[in-house]
Design a protein around this ligand. Structure first.
Ligand code: AMP
Length: 413
């Protein structure tokens, strides 16, 4: 199938050709016709499948007739809600690329930065708004954004949005838009809570599923190192010195772990940057830019910070900590070996993570190749160390925390 078969107009086709796309990806082929037909959709697709264009192109096409409305008279006709600022910026870039030959105006608003410039942008009149939930509701409360004319609402990375606790915000946003709008829900996985949300707000949605989450590409060489927890950093340094070259992303489970590893790698002369949820928007964007432009070749990230971000075509992925959710393994390693290239995923497994490996192997239906020849082998009989607290239970009463203090709790991702 070609983009022409998808009934896209000339200005879009020209922009697509200039972006270097020959043919639509599977998710685009399946989703675009439904969106153009004003259907609600639930699309389960991961980053890298071309899912952004799967909603951006038909939205631009549908709004094409409005493009010549005078700037001040422009109303927000499409709203894209995204869980993270980086992803929101990426979506904006996509709209700008595909909409270059239209007069449609797209803008992005997100938290963590000054609200003033965003007010100005909204005042100037836009057709398409991309927003993170909190900032959007803030702006709406201040009467600075009008959602009365939204015809298409996109919930991108819905599973992540719910994991991050945005469920009430998302429902509120949905209610602020008109009843007749079309809703497009995109999610890497469709867990029960996403299904529940979909049931409450979507109307007879079409379901589209691409690249089942349970499979990893055949081009990815997946290897496993059993290693004592205390030696993981040494093994990682050993691998970087001797085996792993090129552009590399290293996943850790916590921001504390990310910071610790980053300091060690910098001390050892590596060009590294990192992203996690406690970094400012500016620092996260700077880290991504440095990585994308090759200024650093190693990026250390938590899963949540890296989700949805277009960092693909890596030479290697290192699972420094193994994920406790097996699907996360698939997301992580799927960032290498894209577009027919090959890549390697290295997993470092300590004694207490052995059960994770079992679950991962069951999911991907593959036994990972175990590398035994390395300087920090794990005693095969090693059992996980269980740290027992001397005290039984907490001296504090349950529920002692106020709601306010719970909200202030630092994020771990
Ligand atoms: P996404 O899944 O939206 O994050 O897209 C992943 C990457 O695929 C982005 O870098 C897009 O520019 C690229 N892309 C999207 N659609 C196509 C296509 N039809 N052909 C080639 N690349 C594409």
């Amino acid at each position: 199938m070609s983009f022409k078969d998808l009934q896209l107009n000339k200005p879009l086709l020209r922009a697509i050709a200039e972006a270097g796309y020959d043919n639509p990806t599977l998710v685009q082929e399946r989703t675009i016709p439904f969106v153009l037909n004003k259907k609600d959709v639930i699309v389960s697709a991961q980053t890298g499948t071309g899912k952004t264009a799967a909603f951006a192109l038909p939205i631009l096409q549908s709004l094409f007739d409005y493009q010549d409305a005078p700037k001040k008279g422009k109303k927000i006709k499409a709203l894209i809600v995204s869980p993270s600022r980086e992803l929101a910026v990426q979506i904006l870039d996509n709209f700008k690329t595909y909409g270059i030959y239209t007069n449609l105006r797209t803008a992005v608003v997100f938290g963590g930065t000054s609200i003033e410039p965003q007010k100005d942008i909204l005042n100037k009149g836009i057709d398409i708004l991309i927003a993170t939930p909190g900032r959007l509701l803030d702006l709406h409360k201040q009467d600075l954004v009008n959602l009365d004319h939204v015809e298409t609402l996109v919930l991108d990375e819905a599973d992540l949005m719910l994991d991050m606790g945005f469920i009430d915000d998302v429902k509120k946003i949905e209610r602020l838009c008109t009843k007749e709008k079309q809703i497009l829900l995109f999610s890497a996985t469709i867990p029960y809570k996403v299904e529940q949300l979909a049931n409450t707000i979507l109307k007879n949605p079409e379901r589209i599923e691409v690249a089942p989450n349970a499979s990893t590409s055949g081009n990815i060489n997946q290897v496993l190192y059993y290693v004592p927890k205390r030696n993981k950093i040494e093994l990682c340094l050993h691998l970087l010195r001797n085996t792993i070259k090129g552009t590399i992303i290293i996943f850790r489970r916590t921001k504390f772990g990310v910071d610790k590893l980053e300091k060690t790698l910098i001390k050892n002369g590596y060009k590294v940057d990192s992203i996690h949820g406690d970094k400012t928007q500016h620092l996260r964007q700077e880290a991504l830019n440095k990585f994308k432009t090759g200024y650093v070749n190693i990026l250390i990230a938590t899963d949540v910070a890296a989700r949805g971000i277009d960092i693909n075509e890596l030479d290697a992925v290192i699972n420094f900590d193994l994920p406790n959710v097996p699907e996360t393994y698939v997301h992580r390693v799927g960032r290498t070996a894209r577009a027919g290239k090959s890549g390697t995923a290295y997993s470092l497994c300590s004694a207490d993570e052995k059960t994770y490996i079992t679950k991962i192997q069951q999911l991907i239906q593959l036994q990972l190749d175990v590398v035994e020849d390395h300087p920090y082998p794990l005693d095969p009989k090693a059992k996980p160390v269980v740290h027992k607290s001397k005290k039984q239970g907490s001296k504090h009463k349950k529920g002692r925390k106020s709601e306010a203090s719970k909200k202030k709790k630092k994020r771990w991702y």
